[in-house]
Ligand binder design. Sequence first.
Ligand code: B12
Length: 251
Amino acid sequence: MPKLPPVDPARAAEPFAAATFTPDLLASLLADGDDELAAWTLRSAIAEHGRAVAFDGLLRDAMRLVGERWSSGRWTVAEEHLASQTLLRALERIRPPQGPESRVGPLAVLAGVAGEHHGLGLACLEQVLRDDGWSVANLGPDVPPADLARFLSRNRAALLALSASLPEREPAVLDAVTAAHAARADRTVPIMLGGAIAADPAVAARMDVDFLAGSLVEAARFARTVAGSLPESPADEDPFELDSVGPGSAG
Ligand code: B12
């Protein structure tokens, strides 16, 4: 049973101190399948620190605990899977509100490289970028490079964010970067690489990318620089369309 903060109805409207929301509490809520309380802890941390800091801190540390308990055998794959699924549902509950501006903001394409099954970091990045006014196409984990290239050639992306965790994913990152460059030969789409692989300096040195993000705070900062350097685009321009994706355009 997770240790929940005490509930006193008379003090319900008072904000909780951030220290109440520990990674240990969040990890337990996630492994209990409680997306409602997990969302509440995340929402409180976001209110206090902002979304990127809350995700880089509380959320990442909670999932690190999940990983430790999984690899030490204290929890099984079942608990890890339940925690991951619960986190996805909790994230759905705390999605930033989507106003009309989210449809006209510059487009960021997010993708896990081929073979990469870790997708929670991308789900977090999606929310951070939406908060900053980006339109986001989160393609999720395990995107084949050829399909990524086709998506980029069909859509007016202003930023590509690639994700990879394990070191053995290096060839897949190189393939994704090569495919992205080939799709937009003018190389006008800056590429940012994130996930644990970006923290390995030896691997990072071999990557032909514009930015290596060790955290969502850094990623948001880079994305703001990119957004700030974009030419003004007409308000009615749809960032999702360069060519139509009708039946005739496949292949
Ligand atoms: C959940 C999880 C899984 C789930 C993922 C479910 C899902 N829907 O994503 C599943 C079950 C699929 C999985 C599989 C595997 N996993 Co796993 N997994 C984890 C776990 C517990 C949490 C990862 C997570 O989502 N964290 C939350 C996110 C938000 O944090 P994050 O990934 O660190 O991302 C942060 C930053 O890196 C950044 N970020 C992330 N992505 C991006 C992208 C961009 C563009 C940017 C800018 C930033 C950014 O933002 C985030 C917030 O700061 C970790 C434990 C840990 N220490 O993290 C192990 C862990 C990463 N997994 C591990 C392993 C070994 C595996 C497997 C090989 C296990 C196996 N034998 O099959 C497979 C590999 C699958 C594959 N082909 O990719 C190891 C990796 C060890 C290593 N060598 O690095 C870890 C560390 C567990 C451990 N302690 O051993 N895993």
